[in-house]
Design a protein around this ligand. Sequence first.
Ligand code: DP6
Length: 347
Amino acid sequence: MTKTTVQAPANIAFIKYWGARDLERAIPCNPSISMTLESCATRCTVELLPEGTKDEVWLSEPDGGFRTPPHEFHQRMGRHLDRLRQWAGSRTAFRVATKNGFPTGGGLASSASGFAALTLAVAGALGRSDAPRAELSRLARASGSGSAARSVFGGYVEWPAPARGKGSHGATAGTDTDDDPAAAQIASPDHWDLADVIAVVEIGPKVVSSLEGHRRALTSPYFEKRQELLPARLERVRRAIRARDLEQLGPVLEEEAIDLHLIAMSSTPPIFYWSPGTVGVLRAVRELRQEGIHAYATMDAGANVHVLCEPDSVDDVAARLDSLPVVGFVIRDGVGAGPEVDTDHLF
Ligand code: DP6
């Protein structure tokens, strides 16, 4: 049987998806903008199995071995395979192996890269890789990982939200509806070579899933306030990307990160994603700026901190963050070209 392997990257949100209009379909309350990464990626190999057999899902280990995924993850993968079968009008079964090239579940967007890779690898295995990218993006998102919608594109990506009052009724995954605008690339990776030094202060699963975070977000008294601020913030980010202006992008990036965590901490019940290491890194980033290095921090739903800077500052930024006792290790990443078909299969 032939195999299809796709490597799909994670992404870091400049403007965050936090709060859903329809959580089941991952229809966001607000547009989000992200940068697709290069090194933090998931590789997924898919092989078709005869109709009537059962799907097999494996996690590939660093030593080349395989293990069965945790029950909940296994079920989520299974439901996504059903969705993809339905989309393609197929009854075939799949053998799937997936491997993350970075710490999973710690707010480093492993589900975004994972579900983007799975969606594209299955589409490829079924001979449907020529489907419009927007359609594949919606399908990836239908996994429940909204940010996966952005990981199917390279460079800088915007995922719009439906106008208020829309986006709460059902539609078939992958189909185009005006209440479900698709993500799209807004600038190519060549447009702006931006670096991301990730300070890993905590490995392991996050305390509360993003799914639960989206659910609780609407209970925060600050949720609506952020929605009011977002149109101006989105415009500042779009302009900064167009102008390749880190000093314009940086402050918005930090406002957004703080607001996401402010909302999480003031939700009912509250969610604290930060660890002492998070605060240590945020302080170091301020010090770097006082020394004249343009570095700006953002966090997704986890304790780890992404520090955005120009490529010529990467060595200084990485060395400073690495020297902090609270930092386990740093990952040097940057803007990436998006998913790629790979011939290096996992099995
Ligand atoms: C804070 O529902 O996409 O990263 O599937 O766990 O990655 P995962 O979560 P998802 O929510 C993402 C929340 C966020 C912000 C963002 O990436 O926009």
